[in-house]
Ligand binder design. Sequence first.
Ligand SMILES: Cc1cc2nc3c(=O)[nH]c(=O)nc-3n(C[C@H](O)[C@H](O)[C@H](O)COP(=O)(O)O)c2cc1C
Length: 388
Amino acid sequence: MKHITCIEDLRELHRRRVPKAFFDYADRGSYAEQTLRANREDLEQIKFRQRVLVDVSRRDLSTTILGEPAAMPLILAPVGLLGMQHGDGEIHACRAAQAAGIPFTQSTMSICSIEDIAAAVDKPFWFQLYVMKDRGFVRALIERAAAAKCSALVLTVDLHVHGQRHRDIKNGMTVPPELRLNNLIDIATKPAWALSIARGKRKTFGNIVGHHPGMSGVTVLSKWVAEQFDPTLSWKDVEWIKSLWPGKLILKGILDVEDARAAVKNGAAALVVSNHGGRQLDGAPSSISALPAIADAVGGDLEVMFDGGIRSGQDIARAVAIGARSCMSGRAYIYGLGASGEPGVSRAIEIMRNELDITMALMGITRIADIDRSTIVNWPTRQPYEKG
Ligand SMILES: Cc1cc2nc3c(=O)[nH]c(=O)nc-3n(C[C@H](O)[C@H](O)[C@H](O)COP(=O)(O)O)c2cc1C
């Protein structure tokens, strides 16, 4: 792994080792991918102040995330179908996160179930909830997450309908999934991947299988999932979920100051400024351009987290400088997982950690708390959400 020096190297390995349909599922965004691109482009616009002749021999990347100590301001974001990038992918990613001292978030759409992960790791992890039309299922999931001692519930609020990803349709990642000849040929050329999937405990949505008697095959489950996303999702549901969940509630998918204020009013412990990694509302602003206004409006009332485009430790420093307390990363660690399972996720975290460490040193900074707007020379000035 020592020749893997950056996240792009892991992406390239992932591309080579995993069937195209699953690589594209991870890599691509919705519609014309304008928001996917903007997430990266706007992050890259932010430039650091280079400060010198400061003693930076002792640097500390540690912080707290929702009151818990964390080795760095990074969280592994919820990602569906991780177990299709590598067998038992959710368990591998969770173990890598816990070994690195940062939180892992399990997606509702995981291949491993909540209980599978809880049995395989030592420490609590976070659970991400999608609100499905079947509210009995939602209640059961919340109860299962509580029983598994998940330490935070991440309610995703920006996927009440599906943004279309052209590539998924072209690749046959549809509902039901299409088994095409070219997919089968592709799989035949990825033996290491096929072996890891064959060895994995499950091959379908582990949190959903068994919810209804007789509901088990991938096709039946995928169809159920596609029909279950609920366009009626509203703040009333947030209230209901809060009444069921005894712990910390994080709202993920906030991009608007007014919604951020509503999150405070509704008792969220944190929110994630996010456009779902450019996979939902194409044409929405980049997450980083939405961050300053939201951090200014509600940063004193709850923890503001950030995701969208994080591919390096430099990017973490950029988001923290602008007002994020911590960052979630999606694709960066998926690339690691696809490249080589748990060691690949560990390498992705290590790469970003080392980059953050050296970036701080070259900025003349020794503590995460000292990374603020005074340490960068510019930030996205668009404040798209203030009325009047
Ligand atoms: C392949 C893939 C699957 C995802 N699945 C989920 C999911 O199940 N639940 C969710 O809340 N977000 C999901 N997301 C969004 C991520 O949690 C996160 O918001 C996004 O990946 C951040 O952008 P980044 O990939 O540029 O870091 C997914 C993202 C990707 C790339």
